[in-house]
Write a protein that binds this ligand. Sequence first.
Ligand SMILES: [Zn+2]
Length: 41
Amino acid sequence: MLKKACPQCGAESFSADGTGEDWVCPECGSDISDVKAERPE
Ligand SMILES: [Zn+2]
């Protein structure tokens, strides 16, 4: 599980798999592929 916080709108989004590449904010549609992914406990 990876988590990213969108720098544009502040929304958090989650991905169950992968590397965090090709990640688009579900709230505002911004490309946040370059945002650092976190691993929530
Ligand atoms: Zn956003």
